[in-house]
Design a protein around this ligand. Structure first.
Ligand code: HEC
Length: 163
């Protein structure tokens, strides 16, 4: 039993040496949703507190993100999250992607899937009250309207092809 415990401790010590990429790529403020002033003042902080640690290049890495294996999990979350939605490169998205992503943002907020529970548990400032959640949903809906993108239905697409 003692050997097992020492074995586990040794493994835990060794995994600390596995490098984890915690870099934040350089920020181009012109491409960022918040910095390009598309977000009303009072919502900026809200969005940054609730979403930016994962969905942007402005991740703040807490001390426990330096401890393996937690660091691996956090790194994986951030990588996945940025692939899905990255507000730091928002303005580089095509309209179609913006529209799709905005819809998803509305959905995850309505269904209380985001911000992730494991995150709000440790980050009280990211917890959203019902009113704040509603404000963010309304903001994303306004963005959808402002974008004015309309996906063609399959029927319309077929019609175009047959022309
Ligand atoms: C702690 C990290 C974290 C925070 C904070 C966070 N997300 Fe996410 N988000 C993720 C991860 C990881 C995924 C990808 C895995 C998944 O879909 O569960 C994701 C996925 C998404 C998706 C794609 C969902 C889908 O169905 O593909 C949307 C949209 C999204 N997040 C929006 C938001 C918004 C809006 C906020 C802020 C209100 C937010 N997230 C806060 C980690 C986070």
């Amino acid at each position: 039993m003692q050997r097992l415990i020492w074995g586990v401790i040794l493994v835990l010590l060794l995994v600390q040496f596995i490098p984890v990429n915690r870099s934040n790529p350089p920020l181009n403020t012109g491409e960022d949703l918040v910095y390009s002033r598309m977000v009303p003042g009072d919502l900026q902080q809200l969005l940054q507190n609730a979403c930016y640690d994962c969905h942007s290049f402005e991740t703040e890495y807490p001390w426990y993100s330096y401890v393996a294996p937690v660091s691996f999990i956090i790194r994986h979350h951030i990588k996945e999250a940025r692939e899905k939605v990255n507000f730091s490169i928002w303005n580089t998205y095509m309209d179609k992607r913006k529209d799709h992503t905005l819809d998803e943002c509305i959905e995850v907020l309505e269904e209380q899937e985001m911000p992730l529970k494991s995150f709000t548990w440790l980050h009280p400032e990211a917890r959203l009250s019902d009113v704040q959640r509603e404000e963010l949903i309304q903001f994303f809906k306004d963005q959808v309207a402002a974008l004015g993108w309309r996906e063609m239905g399959t029927e319309e697409e077929e019609e175009m092809e047959n022309r």
